[in-house]
Design a protein. Structure first.
Length: 95
């Protein structure tokens, strides 16, 4: 199960699956509302931070992360992750 997450699911989520980026606005009464007008992958959001390299773990480079993001298209990453998920669940059903 850990291999599935490390090799398929997490890279798909972090580099290929867009998520909503909230914009928070506060009205006169102090109520906060979130609007999701922009969608981006977590990698795209991190990459746009100033000096984001300072937040990376030792041994992780911006170039390495960019290579991971560029290694496959979003569609191919999704297909690969779905195929790995099918194999994982097929193996669990056989037990």
């Amino acid at each position: 199960m850990t291999v599935f997450y490390r090799e398929h699911f997490n890279p798909y989520l972090n580099f290929h699956r867009p998520c909503g980026i909230p914009e928070t606005t506060t009205d006169r009464k102090g109520s906060q509302r979130r609007a999701y007008r922009r969608y981006a992958t977590p990698w795209e959001v991190l990459h746009q931070l100033p000096d984001f390299v300072a937040y990376l773990k030792p041994g992780i480079t911006a170039e390495g992360l960019q290579r991971t993001a560029d290694a496959r298209s979003d569609t191919n990453a999704a297909r690969s992750m779905q195929e790995a998920k099918r194999k994982l669940f097929a193996g669990l059903r056989q037990r």
